[in-house]
Design a protein around this ligand. Structure first.
Ligand SMILES: [Zn+2]
Length: 298
């Protein structure tokens, strides 16, 4: 009897599902950050165990993996990364690991960074367009089906249902932001992370620095932001949840613009915070931006 139980534990196949390295025998999918983990869970349903390497609130561009992360990755059945140079640490991280990995941004229409030393490089924040995330979903369905072919139909169905939600949140986001008055349609943030969202919503994008990987906020960058806000009478400016808002507070002080609030882009919040899911993230940001730029904000 004991021998049979031990055998089951060892093979993790007695339940009849695909065997994986998860604590409950399901295959383990590891993502580089929380946004991808949430999207992946929507596609995986209960068939796979999905976890994020970086935790809610973490800075993800220049993250330094711990030995524990590397152990976890070595035992994963599949690793998902965003690609487009988002995870500067990722190449070295998976080097030498015998674990398949999939780049979920593959196939999106890439926007380039317009300024700074990053000029011409891809802007990695493609998930800030829910239309792009529909492509992420397709890539996940494909990767999950290769990992666990028995559940391919479930991944396909989950993906289809979630893509409908993504389209709905995209439509809501655009409708909401359409209400921002004509002369106030500029989104001023700390990182240049909103290029895809501002493209979709028809806003101008202004930022202090291009990519968090080299977050510096030089005096010149702050002066330029101040100049733009003054010249365009921008009513409110924003900063993101994973970085210090001190540079943007300087812009606020110098211009009299309001601090419009904290936007989420590189990370979800904790479960009890304002954006526990990706769909919440898009709803939260579009609501906050609309309210602050329309003068209805706090
Ligand atoms: Zn970022």
């Amino acid at each position: 009897m004991a021998a049979v139980v031990l055998l089951c534990l060892a093979l993790t196949a007695c339940g009849g599902n695909a065997s994986g390295n998860g604590s409950d025998g399901r295959p383990v999918v590891l993502t580089t950050f929380t946004v991808l983990a949430d999207v992946a869970r929507n596609v995986a349903g209960d068939k796979l165990q999905v976890e994020s390497i970086t935790k809610a609130g973490a800075e993800i561009h220049g993250y330094e993996p711990t030995p524990g992360d590397i152990r976890k990755a070595a035992q994963a059945d599949l690793i998902l990364d965003n690609g487009l140079n988002l995870e500067a640490w990722f190449g070295q991280f998976v080097e030498g690991l015998d674990v398949p990995h999939a780049v979920v941004s593959e196939g999106v229409e890439v926007m380039s960074i317009a300024e700074d030393s990053y000029q011409g490089k891809p802007n990695p924040h493609a998930w800030m367009s829910p239309v792009n995330v529909q492509i992420y979903v397709d890539n996940m369905v494909k990767a999950f089906s290769e990992l666990d072919p028995q559940n391919a139909a479930a991944f396909e169905a989950n993906g289809k249902a979630y893509k409908a939600k993504l389209q709905a949140v995209q439509d809501q986001m655009k409708a909401k932001l359409a209400a921002v008055p004509k002369n106030q349609r500029a989104l001023v943030t700390c990182e240049g992370a909103f290029s895809y969202l501002t493209r979709d919503a028809g806003l101008d994008e202004v930022y202090i620095w291009a990519v968090n990987a080299e977050q510096q906020a030089t005096p010149q960058q702050i002066t330029e932001a101040i100049g733009y806000v003054r010249a365009n009478k921008v009513p409110a400016v924003f900063c993101e949840s994973t970085v210090s808002d001190a540079p943007m507070r300087q812009v606020v002080e110098a211009t009299g613009a309001k601090f419009g609030g904290v936007l989420y882009v590189d990370s979800l919040s904790e479960t009890d915070g304002p954006v526990p899911t990706y769909l919440d993230l898009i709803r939260h940001d579009s609501q906050l931006i609309t309210a602050a730029l329309s003068g209805a904000g706090s």
